[in-house]
Design a protein around this ligand. Structure first.
Ligand code: PSV
Ligand code: MN
Length: 424
């Protein structure tokens, strides 16, 4: 479903005078507004192909209706999001959930919609219908070389799909691990995994990056073979300069200091990308910023500090992706909220007075350091985020326009109520 530029224009027109008033108030107290707005315009967050439909838990799933029935419709949905917020100009594909059967056509469709292909994701955590060997006891770590070879081959196929589409990175998340003490020899599992990753890495195109995503638990509950950033960093260091750690915000043990992890990975030049989501208990995959917005801000604070200290490009030097699941909300509304939360945290972190913070740190002025961070966090940057959208020809209030245009009902009309998108 396409949103006409005139619908966006009419929506913006109605809200323009109120928006301008708020923007003037903000600009009066926030320095370097134009520079900040340009950074917001440039910042793009990839949408996962597996999160455009309703998610579920193992207890049930309650579909919203009108879910995309194929990859073409998923691209349409992302184009729709992007025409509203102008910040979702990329898709991250999961294989085999979203195999591009006709890559030329898919690439042309995406290009026409202004969507590029971000990281490709492989899947060796589920058995597929016609698969010869099972991943029940792991994939790249498996005690049986034939299973490892099968999983390696799958990753190579994913790279080849990605090459056809113009992607430049592969994210490997392994569910490999063990459920009970004694089940695995940790060292052998690590070594098998490393050897398998080495074979994938050897075939990685020269301009590609390999992202190694870690997760503390689930579906294995005793050990995970890539269980934390230390293990991921070990693999990445052993593999070489094209291998990086990927941080998924939901993949830590409770109360982990993710901002410190981010800072140190950047220092080691080994932070590759992000899967954004939010959580209260585990890998809850909730809307970004819905539970711990201050933590999200602190993470962006470290990202900006670390990236700027190395002269990195905020937009292109790391992979920015959402990895969430929408169980009770409309998936598209949820994604609009997530992107907005990311932009807000990014903008607030850009406001941090770095030299004042450095000075406070240098004299151990703990109170002042906190004041500086919280002053930025408590600034209302929403008019700046809206202005960035306006300048990029998006909607001042994407969620409100999504509702005004009854987009979900329109999607249900054209696709049906009982459609089910692929994904978890
Ligand atoms: C695993 O929990 C994960 O975060 C990985 O990124 C998977 O690819 C994705 O979720 C599947 O939903
Ligand atoms: Mn993830």
């Amino acid at each position: 479903m396409e949103i006409s530029p005139s619908a966006i224009h009419d929506h913006n027109d109605k809200l323009l005078s109120t928006h301008k008033r708020k923007l003037e108030q903000t600009a009066a107290t926030i320095p370097a507004t134009n520079d900040l707005i340009q950074k917001l315009i440039d910042f793009q967050v990839a949408i996962p192909s597996w999160a455009l439909g309703t998610g579920g838990t193992r207890f049930g799933r309650f579909p919203a209706g009108g879910e995309p029935r194929n990859l073409e419709e998923k691209i349409d949905d992302i184009a729709l999001l992007n025409s509203l917020n102008k910040s979702s100009g990329a898709i991250s594909l999961h294989i085999p959930w979203d195999i591009p059967e006709n890559p030329k056509h898919i690439k042309a469709l995406a290009t026409q919609c202004g969507i590029r292909f971000d990281a490709m994701n492989s899947n060796t955590f589920q058995d597929q219908k016609d698969q010869k060997l099972s991943y029940k006891f792991g994939s790249l770590q498996h005690v049986d070389k034939a299973v490892r070879d099968q999983a390696i081959e799958h990753n190579l196929q994913v790279i080849s799909h990605g090459e056809n589409l113009g992607s430049k990175s592969l994210t490997i998340w392994l569910s490999d691990g063990s459920c009970f003490p004694g089940q695995l020899n940790f060292r052998k599992a690590f070594q098998n995994t490393l050897e398998s990753l080495e074979q994938i890495y050897a075939k990685l195109p020269s301009d590609w990056k390999l992202f190694i995503e870690y997760k503390a638990f689930e579906p294995n509950f005793y050990s995970m073979t890539v269980g934390d950033w230390g293990q991921s960093l070990l693999y990445a260091n052993k593999l070489g300069p094209k291998a990086f750690t990927l941080v998924d915000l939901g993949h830590h043990l409770p109360n982990a200091n993710i901002e410190q992890i981010v800072s140190l990975l950047l220092m080691e030049e080994k932070l590759g990308g992000f899967h954004f989501n939010d959580s209260k208990y585990g890998d809850d995959d909730l809307t970004v910023g819905s539970i711990r917005p201050y933590q999200l801000f602190l993470i962006f604070n470290e990202l900006i500090e670390g990236m700027d200290s190395r002269g990195m490009n905020h937009t292109s030097d790391l992979g920015w992706m959402i990895d969430a699941s929408h169980n009770v909300k409309d998936p598209l509304e949820d994604l609009l909220q997530s992107v907005e939360a990311i932009q807000i945290a990014y903008a607030q972190a850009l406001l941090v007075d770095r030299s004042a913070l450095e000075h406070a740190q240098s004299i151990n002025d703990v109170t002042q350091a906190q004041e500086i961070l919280q002053d930025a966090f408590r600034s209302d940057v929403r008019p700046l985020v809206a202005e960035a959208r306006l300048k990029a020809h998006g909607a001042l209030q994407p969620l409100a326009l999504f509702r005004e245009l009854n987009i979900r009902s329109e999607l249900i009309k054209s696709r049906g109520v009982k459609t089910i998108a692929t994904g978890l």
